[in-house]
Design a protein around this ligand. Structure first.
Ligand code: NAD
Ligand code: SER
Length: 313
């Protein structure tokens, strides 16, 4: 059996913290090296090795990969949709350079597997709004979406040309309580729970009937692990797989929270993030992921809300 040594880049972020903890459970604490530009997230402290790493510094990244004997890389560092619109050049430069650095090093060092997430943000205003299929019109309107779509094709290219086993999921908006979201348009669906638990009215930056694809973090982590553990022969999509969890609007999640906290309320003050949300599909068809590697979501709106309210402090 191959002894895996895994490098997680961007491990202090919303997904990174939970994915690192999940990978440490599977592969052993000392075999999963967390890395980030910022300090280690407190939830990771004492659970395994941590290195401070700027993914933009390709030489340093390469040195770490060789020194640590890395066999798999999970690249999570990125600038998300809302922050990306504030600084398009930085978003393009980080999102593209980080991926190309990792793919090049994976090619040179024969890294066994690479994971890199894409997003529903690849879809744009001309994509189907409901049950958006795997293959369809894709004309993203945000720099984040453009970087993710370009990145998907770089993954496909490195797989076909160099045999790099890189795998990817188009995550919906992710909802979690362990670590905070980092500048996305779907962040409202996390913030709303904090307001509800604090006994405050929530001021939502999207309109009440804005439907978006969402997923609970437990499902997202499980999907990532299942995709990465699937036999390579089952992976027919080398750009990025559509992935679906649930779909709801700010009004619907407010009503779901009100089933537990009767006097909770949301007021609506849409800002520039509304245009980003309006450009994305409302729901996603992930039948290809279901067929290829047996993906099945567990959490719906009711189950996710119950769990979030139980865990948000
Ligand atoms: P996040 O912003 O919470 O975390 C990203 C991490 O990357 C941060 O801890 C940040 O410090 C780190 N980072 C930034 N620049 C770096 C650099 N130069 N070197 C090393 N680390 C650096 O993001 P996230 O929500 O955890 O997202 C992770 C990935 O998943 C991203 O590619 C994102 O596009 C994708 N994704 C996230 C969501 C979501 O809802 N969270 C949805 C779709 C796709
Ligand atoms: N949650 C992410 C965002 O809103 C989707 O990729 O940017």
């Amino acid at each position: 059996m191959i002894k895996e040594k895994i490098l997680v880049i961007g491990a202090s972020g919303q997904i990174g913290v939970e994915l690192t903890l999940a990978l440490r459970k599977i592969y052993g604490n000392s075999n999963v090296i967390a890395s980030d530009l910022r300090e280690q997230n407190p939830l990771l402290e004492g659970t395994g090795p941590y290195v401070s790493l700027d993914v933009m510094n390709k030489e340093m990244l390469h040195v770490q990969v060789i020194r640590q004997g890395i066999t798999q890389i999970y690249l999570l560092a990125a600038i998300l949709s809302a922050t990306g619109e504030k600084n398009p050049n930085l978003a393009w430069s980080l999102n593209m350079a980080s991926l190309l650095h990792v793919l090049d090093i994976a090619k040179e060092e024969n890294i066994r597997k690479v994971y890199w997430p894409s997003s529903i943000a690849v879809f744009g205003p001309t994509s189907p709004k409901k049950n958006c299929p795997q293959q369809t019109i894709i004309e993203p309107s945000t720099v984040y979406g453009i970087s993710k779509y370009a990145g998907e094709f770089w993954c496909n290219y490195y797989f076909n040309r160099y045999g790099v086993d890189v795998r990817s999921l188009r995550y919906p908006g992710l909802i979690s309580y362990k670590s905070q979201p980092g500048g996305g348009t779907t962040d409202y669906a996390v913030e709303i729970f904090q307001a509800a638990k604090d006994g405050e009215q929530y001021e939502c930056f999207l309109k009440e009937n804005t439907y978006l694809p969402m997923m609970y973090m437990d499902d997202a982590i499980r999907a990532t692990v299942e995709l990465m553990e699937a036999d390579a022969s089952k992976i027919t999509i080398r750009t990025s797989y559509n992935l679906s969890g649930m779909s709801f609007s700010p009004k619907e999640i407010t009503q779901e929270i009100q089933k537990h906290i009767i006097d909770f309320d949301t007021m609506y003050k849409p800002d520039s993030r509304q245009a980003i949300a309006d450009s994305w599909p409302q729901s996603i068809d992930d039948s290809v992921a279901q067929k290829d590697w047996g993906w099945k979501t567990k959490y719906d709106l009711a189950a996710m809300t119950k769990d979030m309210l139980h865990n948000v402090t």
